[in-house]
Design a protein around this ligand. Structure first.
Ligand code: LMR
Length: 328
């Protein structure tokens, strides 16, 4: 694992700080799973690394490990609690073992767009969620946006019944499992790094993801096409361990958190545009993208939305109402 992580990191990031950390610097390993190019998270992580290493030189040194080159999302939170990695930004769907509050972000058609997600996260409820796993040793530092999810498969998907009987890869989230079951499909939880191979070999027939992930992992190459359903969202929690954060000198912690919040604001404002670039890249590479008529889209809403009822107790009706009020 170590040697492949090293090779990948060197190949992916010419300005990787691996060799640049000086003795005495606080080393911050940031492990994530996506590509760095044309990806909201990849770009934000690179910018964070550049700023920390330039502005905190001599004090702190960040090493970013993209593309699951150090850990996949199933492992990274445990590794963080062990102190083997200091920063991660898993999608909000990957915290099931720690909290059920984030399930609201997985409910299909809960948020009309990423601005609505942003507003919900900025509310008192959204901000309180950052602290909701402290007891379990994890501290949320902020939310990073990706974008709206689209649906792809090895057959054209125009109405939900087209997905009946197909196997879909899902992130390890009970909401997403329920959503696929509502479509009559068979959900298969699997880590991100395994999806391309699973699609290619037919272990699964389809998957749901953002344009930047469909582009970055080249899913479009091994699918019949992607349908623009915009049925859900992928967003991230930038997360660290309570122990590590508490162990920093106040001044160092403040400087680090200030840089992080500036990077968050700058890059979140660009997340939609980055996904549009990725979408265009898919088209330019010959990938098929299908648009829905309003009637077809209504059929997806009708099939998926009843899933909310199963999770009201976990996410709270007041929060559902708050999210819906933002959409209006
Ligand atoms: C996925 O597993 O599909 C995504 O959460 C990957 C990511 O980090 O965007």
């Amino acid at each position: 694992l170590f040697s492949s992580a090293l090779t990948l990191t060197m190949a992916f990031s010419a300005n990787s700080a691996l060799a640049a950390c000086d003795e005495g610097e606080i080393v911050v390993k940031f492990s994530h799973v996506t590509n760095t190019d044309r990806h909201p998270k990849g770009i934000a992580a690179t910018l964070l690394q550049e700023r920390v290493n330039a502005e905190m030189n001599g004090v702190m040194c960040m090493e970013v490990f993209p593309q699951s080159s150090l850990y996949n999302d199933d492992q990274v939170l445990e590794a963080m609690l062990q102190g083997d990695v200091q920063l991660a930004a898993p999608s909000l769907s990957k915290f099931e073992a720690f909290t059920r509050q984030f399930r609201i972000f997985d409910l299909p058609f809960m948020f009309a767009n990423i601005e609505a997600v942003d507003q919900f996260q900025a509310s008192d409820t959204g901000q309180a969620m950052l602290d909701s796993m402290q007891r379990r040793g994890l501290q949320g530092l902020g939310y990073w946006h990706n974008g709206m999810k689209q649906m792809s498969a090895n057959v054209p998907l125009m109405v939900p019944t087209d997905a009946e009987g197909l196997k879909f890869r899902v992130q390890p989230s009970d909401v997403l499992i329920a959503q696929m079951e509502a479509m009559g499909a068979s959900p298969q939880p699997m880590s991100f790094s395994e999806v391309y191979g699973a699609l290619q070999t037919g272990v699964v027939d389809g998957q749901e993801n953002t344009w930047s992930n469909i582009w970055g992992q080249k899913f479009f190459e091994v699918q019949d096409g992607t349908t623009q359903t915009d049925h859900g969202i992928i967003d991230y929690l930038v997360v660290t361990s309570v122990d590590w954060l508490d162990g920093l000198e106040p001044q160092v912690r403040d400087q680090f958190l200030t840089i992080l919040s500036e990077v968050t604001e700058t890059r979140n404002a660009e997340s939609f545009a980055v996904n549009e670039v990725a979408k265009q890249s898919i088209i330019d590479a010959g990938g098929v993208i299908r648009e829905l008529t309003p009637e077809q889209r209504a059929a997806w809403v009708e099939t998926m939305k009843p899933v909310w009822e199963q999770f009201v107790d976990d996410v709270g009706q007041v929060n559902i109402d708050a999210a819906q009020a933002i959409n209006e």
